[in-house]
Design a protein around this ligand. Structure first.
Ligand SMILES: Cc1cc2nc3c(=O)[nH]c(=O)nc-3n(C[C@H](O)[C@H](O)[C@H](O)COP(=O)(O)OP(=O)(O)OC[C@H]3O[C@@H](n4cnc5c(N)ncnc54)[C@H](O)[C@@H]3O)c2cc1C
Length: 288
């Protein structure tokens, strides 16, 4: 006879997708086990992930309901306006632009920009408050059998059983691959350079999406007189830009950023992310 599983749900991966899912399942009355290969302290370290994410209006409401927002006080930058324009390096923006103004749809902002690090910290705190969630980390999932129940063998040899498994182990998901689910997609041949910029003047919650020949140059407002840059270039050009010394990097940044926020300078580390499109061909398998 099959034993009762350890929990209703097993989630492989406790990242930005896995932890909100765990909270939603737990608050719906299900018991959840989350396994993540990363140490939670590493995942929230300032050096681990320099990105900010735009958390759209509906996702902000979800964070409220899941008890995450209360752990994000002072870390959420409202997005009041989004400006979309194009231009050329050193020539400035074209006079034509699109303007999305939150006032056209109501009193609330279009969303919030939050540093991924703070979102991870808030999610971990909300998970710690939830007795129905067991977080096993750092530990990997080595193998999963799908039979009358899900049986996952962890890297340390322990077994975890559940009724249903979710693969939230990122874009290179081994859980997806092991289940034989293929993907379709392509490489854009572009890389996103990410860094934080300090500037003299307040951004007033305006996000800029500025399309340059090498790719979009997004200036995303952060808390304080700071913005997060997602600077997209062809991969070879991005490599050359990333290899520049601090002064030359700042100069390349300024000829694109312009002076609309006064004096500005990059601060802290630079990160880079290859940009690809990837879609799973299928989203379900028995018990997955
Ligand atoms: C430059 C850039 C900007 C972006 N901006 C935005 C934005 O503004 N808004 C937005 O919504 N999205 C944005 N995204 C996308 C967003 O970052 C991703 O969609 C999101 O991080 C995916 O989360 P995830 O939980 O699926 O994966 P991840 O965050 O990669 O988490 C996967 C987790 O699984 C764990 N794991 C992996 N393998 C195993 C294993 N075998 N066993 C156990 N655990 C394992 C990992 O340790 C990790 O914690 C951006 C992406 C990039 C590159």
């Amino acid at each position: 006879m099959t034993q009762r599983p350890d929990s209703d749900i097993l989630i492989v991966g406790g990242g930005l997708a896995g932890l909100p899912l765990a909270l939603a399942c737990a608050q719906g009355g299900l018991t959840v086990t989350v396994v993540d290969v990363l140490d939670p302290a590493t995942a929230t370290d300032a050096k681990f992930d320099g990105r900010v994410s735009a958390i759209a209006f509906a996702s902000c409401r979800m964070f409220d309901r899941l008890g995450v927002t209360k752990h994000l006080q002072g870390q959420m930058q409202p997005i009041n306006d989004i400006m979309v324009s194009d231009g050329r390096v050193r020539e400035g923006a074209s006079p034509f632009f699109l303007h999305f103004d939150h006032k056209e749809i109501g009193d609330e902002p279009l969303g919030h920009l939050i540093e991924n690090r703070h979102t991870r910290i808030a999610l971990q705190k909300a998970v710690a408050d939830e007795p129905r969630i067991r977080l096993i980390a750092p530990e990997s999932v080595a193998h999963i059998d799908y039979g009358s129940q899900v049986t996952a063998t962890l890297g340390n040899g322990d077994k975890v059983t559940a009724r249903l498994c979710f693969a939230a182990d990122g874009r290179g998901s081994r859980t997806r691959q092991a289940a034989g689910i293929k993907t379709v997609g392509w490489d854009y041949g572009q890389t996103g350079i990410v860094c934080t910029v300090e500037h003299e003047l307040p951004h007033e919650g305006v996000a800029q999406e500025y399309f340059l020949p090498g790719g979009p140059f997004a200036i995303l407002p952060m808390v304080g007189n700071r913005s997060s840059l997602v600077w997209t270039e062809k991969t070879a050009d991005a490599k050359a830009i990333l290899a520049l010394d601090d002064d030359a990097f700042a100069e390349e940044m300024r000829v694109r950023f312009g002076d609309y926020l006064g004096e500005c300078a990059p601060t802290g580390p630079r990160w880079s992310y290859p940009l690809t499109l990837q879609l799973a061909r299928d989203y379900v398998r028995p018990r997955l």
